[in-house]
Design a protein around this ligand. Sequence first.
Ligand code: AVI
Length: 310
Amino acid sequence: MREGLTARPKRLPAWLLYDEAGSRLFDAITELPEYYLTRTERGILSAHAAEMMAQAAAGARLRVVELGAGSADKTRLLLKAAVERQGTVLYEPVDVSASALEAARERIEREIDGVTVTPRVMDYTHGAGSRLHLGPVDCRERRLVVYIGSSIGNFEPHQAAKLLRRVRAGLRTGDGLLLGVDLAKEDSILLAAYDDAAGVTAAFNRNLLVRLNRELDAEFEPEAFAHCALWNAERSRIEMHLRSRGAQRVHVGALGLTVDFSAGESIHTENSYKYRPGQAEALLAEAGFRTEATWTDARGWFAVCLGRAV
Ligand code: AVI
């Protein structure tokens, strides 16, 4: 935090957005009319789940791992398709939140017969080592890692490549990766999705300051910062910032730090990369996956790619 608040321009890591209140606000974002991502991806999964599972299985039994599973809402479509194909399926959701995993386990086992859930509490983004430890797998099974929701878009391109290489290193040749990416599109659609009329995304962004006040004894006045979403066309990303409405000085007690803001100065809080045609496939190739299929919606706003570990 000290590094980010004393940097020029100022920045804070996006993971800070997801405390309990932030996670609730993010869930609310996924339901907003402007936030097309969740419903578009759900539409793609719902239309193609059976085909996705058949292609990923390639004649074997599948075991499904999900990174950043959260409530695993959309994944249920895939699990249902897997159960229809092979009768039963083992589902291994990975998330940092034990409570979210437990809720997902309870709901999935109650609602879908044939799914056994074995949750893993793990921070897959910061794990030590060069490979993701996914545990042993039956030699007659193939693993399918599901990484959907455009979460990969919140990583810088080099970090995204590194993460997928770690995933690949944890898999065997022939295993699969199902990756959901948001695609570049008209600015007005992107900007509305990250600056909604009801102000939910603004509250989500400002909640980061509320968290710093609580956890680091900081004295931010959240309303003294404006939520700002920008489209950076050159880098193909939406940026979220908190822009100081005026000149102000903020004390951060736990750091013994005083931070000065000039009017209009901002803290960069998140990037959300939007992929151009062929970029997701290139990222997969760089990480050791051959793209076998890419499914999109009719408007071409979102894509789900199936990569095969080679
Ligand atoms: C979690 N992630 C995919 C969201 C996104 O769209 O980049 C986070 C988010 N930030 C603002 N709105 C949603």
